[in-house]
Design a protein around this ligand. Structure first.
Ligand code: FAD
Ligand code: NAG
Ligand code: NAG
Length: 510
């Protein structure tokens, strides 16, 4: 393995010297023309700036961004994906995949102008082997398509997030956490192999047995290494019964009460409760008061839920208007109670937003939470945009996998925070501009001025290279750079936060 890597790296260095001199001339000026004349010969449906559907097809889910791809292609087969990647490589154009298009920074459109977007929406085949439970799903499938299919065909389940329109391509590339995550891990933890088109247009299998170094990299950072055309997931038998639950509190909490409730939630997560229990706190401000709800799922019976949740419930302060509602469901009923319909054939939604993410391995101090809650009521009541905070209880099965087993770098977290500012869907009058970004940054810093980890699925384009490399990938960064040199020596799969080459001087990065 090491020999092969040294060989590949040596070849890469030699070839990049050759190509760098060829590339410079055509980098800035020629690439879109060369790209589009190459693609025109492939027989793949493609939109360019001249096509009538181009404006719609290049809209980002996050309307804060608008980019002009060189072309958006709709391959139907992995061989067409491979031909498209070869055209991009020959034209020195950046190439990205778009699965569900839900990247927070529109990286499915390239995150910059001039990319070739390989849109996977025509690649939606899916099958499941009833004897092994292995499901093979092309990456045009959204989470809703996947969940529906494996439920319909054998009452199977996978852990993933709860927005049906999120794509399986991006979601499993960078993690994939949801209300089954503490029990069953991340969606990427259920991947046993992947069909990947790599930078030189080769289609191969990445698994523990085959191209295992690539397999390591794609489970946490796939967009920098190739286009995954299909995932093979090891599905689980759907849990037969579950309890969904919601805690709500008074709408006139004092800040001190809000701090106590949030502290109770964090301490409970840090106590690492049973993996059967999932929990999310939803926090914001309404009429000058912090509102808090805590909801989640318990995979098991009501009596077992009651004993699992008692330590949390007992740690809430008195007289905060706590009430608890629960429902008993099967897997499908429990999932759709949170997600709504899994049917993704209607038009997708969109938003205009900026979000910060941070992971923590411990509960925050009372002083930090107090500072945070004060910022919420002081600045948050008159914020220039709408905003909310979600705190996921992490750990459980996610933490059972050794940190170095995959490129995903956040196995020891017990809490994941998402701090989200938006302005499109609620009648707010302004798009999220710099004042909105400043507010969200301030809200984040009022809790933690120096976070050590963030979630790449909540990708944040305002981070500097030094910041995101360390926040997303931590100690895995060196290995990721070496694997980038081995698998994508000419940096074909590049976007603003793609893994860089160890020393990068190739087209598009200058
Ligand atoms: C409304 C909403 C709800 C969400 N809820 C959750 C949640 O509950 N839990 C959670 O963990 N995350 C959640 N997310 C975050 C989500 O997981 C990420 O935004 C994810 O990357 C989106 O994947 P996508 O395929 O839809 O996006 P895309 O924009 O298509 O892709 C995202 C990135 O992955 C790359 N990519 C896409 N497909 C492939 C492929 N086949 N091979 C290689 N690279 C590929 C793209 O080039 C891009 O860089 C949510 C996001 C939104 C907008
Ligand atoms: C493409 O890259 C792979 C992995 O580095 C290598 O095994 C294969 O030989 C390459 N194919 C071509 C046509 O260069
Ligand atoms: C999914 O929704 C579409 C309309 O958006 C509808 O035509 C279709 O029948 C629905 N499919 C199912 C299985 O409900």
């Amino acid at each position: 393995m090491f020999r092969k890597w040294v060989q590949a790296t040596t070849n890469a260095v030699l070839l990049s010297i050759v190509f760098a001199s060829l590339a410079l001339a055509q980098c800035e000026t020629g690439s879109t023309r060369i790209l589009n004349s190459c693609i025109a010969n492939l027989g793949v449906q493609t939109m360019t700036a001249a096509s009538s559907g181009y404006a719609d097809a290049s809209k980002a889910f996050n309307r804060r961004f608008s980019y002009k791809p060189a072309a958006i292609a709709y391959p139907k087969t992995k061989d067409q994906v491979a031909l498209l990647v070869k055209c991009a490589a020959a034209a020195k154009a950046p190439v990205v995949a778009r699965s569900g298009g839900h990247s927070y920074a529109a990286y499915g459109l390239g995150g910059q102008d001039g990319a070739l977007v390989v849109d996977l929406s025509s690649m939606k085949s899916i099958s499941i082997d009833q004897s092994t439970g292995l499901a093979v799903s092309q990456t045009g499938n959204r989470l809703g398509d996947l969940a529906q299919y494996i439920w319909d065909n054998g009452r199977r389940a996978l852990p993933h997030g709860s927005c049906p329109y999120v794509g399986t391509g991006g979601h499993a590339s960078y993690g994939g956490f949801g209300l089954y995550g503490r029990t069953a891990g991340l969606l990427l933890d259920r991947v046993v192999s992947a069909e990947v088109v790599t930078a030189n247009g080769t289609t191969l299998t990445a698994s523990a047995q085959s191209n295992s170094d690539l397999f390591w990299a794609i489970r946490g950072a796939a967009p920098s290494y190739g286009i995954v055309t299909a995932w093979t997931f090891n599905t689980l038998p759907a849990p037969s019964s579950l309890v969904n639950y919601w805690y709500t509190f008074s709408s006139s909490l004092s800040n001190a009460q809000a701090v106590q409730i949030i502290q109770a939630f964090m301490n409970f997560a840090a106590s690492k409760p049973t993996k059967q229990l999932q929990s999310v706190a939803n926090i914001g401000v309404s009429n000058g008061h912090v509102y808090i709800s805590i909801m989640g799922t318990f995979y098991g019976t009501s009596p077992d839920f009651n004993s699992a949740i008692t330590p949390l419930q007992n740690s809430f302060p008195a007289n905060v208007g706590m009430s608890l509602r629960t429902t008993n469901r099967d897997w499908y009923g429990g999932l759709t109670e949170f997600t709504g319909s899994l049917n993704t054939s209607g038009p997708d939604d969109y938003d205009n937003f900026f979000a910060k993410s941070l992971f923590s391995d411990t509960a925050y101090s009372q002083a930090a939470i107090t500072n945070w809650v004060n910022y919420m009521t002081q600045q948050g009541s008159s914020a220039p945009i709408g905003w909310w905070v979600l705190i996921d209880m992490y750990g459980g099965s996610v933490s059972d996998i050794p940190e170095d087993a995959t490129a995903y770098a956040h196995r020891s977290a017990v809490l994941n925070f998402q701090i989200y500012g938006y302005s499109s869907n609620d009648g707010h009058n302004a798009w999220v501009g710099q004042s909105g970004i400043d507010f969200i940054n301030g809200l984040t810093a009022s809790l933690d001025g120096n976070p050590s980890a963030a979630y790449p699925n909540y990708i944040d384009p305002t981070l500097t290279a030094a910041q995101w490399q360390s926040l997303y990938f931590g100690g895995h960064m060196d290995r990721l750079k070496k694997l980038k040199a081995a698998w994508d020596p000419f940096n074909v799969f590049r976007f603003p936060q793609s893994i860089p080459l160890p020393a990068s001087d190739t087209c598009g990065l200058a």
